[in-house]
Design a protein around this ligand. Sequence first.
Ligand code: 0O2
Length: 255
Amino acid sequence: MDNSNILEQLQAKIMRESILSDGFLDFLQENKLPVDTLMAYYRCAIMEIETKFKVLNEQFSLRYDRNPIESIKTRIKSMESIMKKMRNKNLPITLSSIEEYIRDVAGVRVVCSFLDDIYMLADCLLQQDDITLIEKKDYIQNPKESGYRSLHLIIEVPIFLQDEKKNMKVEVQLRTIAMDFWASLEHKLRYKKNIPDEEAEQLAKELVECARTSAALDSRMQDIKNRIATEEEKHSNEEPKTIGDIILRNGLFNF
Ligand code: 0O2
């Protein structure tokens, strides 16, 4: 029998005795319902947070005639990614350790039009009395070495079940369109394989440079918005010209 055959037989034996063992299959069966239940709770928490941002967007649209939110994306971390993270952090494989230590099982990504919308929306969310801030990571003020920028909030939000209230952790990532564009492309490029080390190093430097360009673009767009707001403010003291002006000035459609 050659070596590769012996190896294959050994692999099959290990599979039978570990992953396909009665004990492990029983373990999977016993935990399926609790795992599915926990994931459903995370989906509920995502719904709560997504609705809060939609409400804020709606209110701003009515009050200021503009939408601070371009888009909202949500995701539940795959079980494979959760398991890999638990393995890397050397955590016990239990549901309570997922709930306690894996803080990004539920993810909500809010893409904003302007830099100041990010902080304004984060403040509005954190002021709500059912939201608890666990951690704030400001990768806009302090970008990552890769060039990555975004504001991350780890928060807890209650979900109301039939006969109990449960606090669930959610990771909220707030970023501008430019930050999102950079992060999406960088994420795709990061997983390209077979790139020689020297070239990979050069590409990483170029990506950092692109991140700087996108940061400069964000602050120019913010500056333009501020200048427009200043001009509008100056002219708001003039006589209203149209019925629309009168309605807007008097806030007839405001909340
Ligand atoms: P996915 O698929 O996006 O969810 P912690 O989670 O607190 O234990 P960690 O992992 O250091 O610690 O958290 P961090 O770095 O604050 O945030 C991780 C998430 O931010 C990542 O999620 C990405 O979504 C995003 N991110 C962080 N750094 C980069 C980067 O350099 N490039 C890009 N494109 N995204 C980044 P995951 O877990 O990678 O996966």
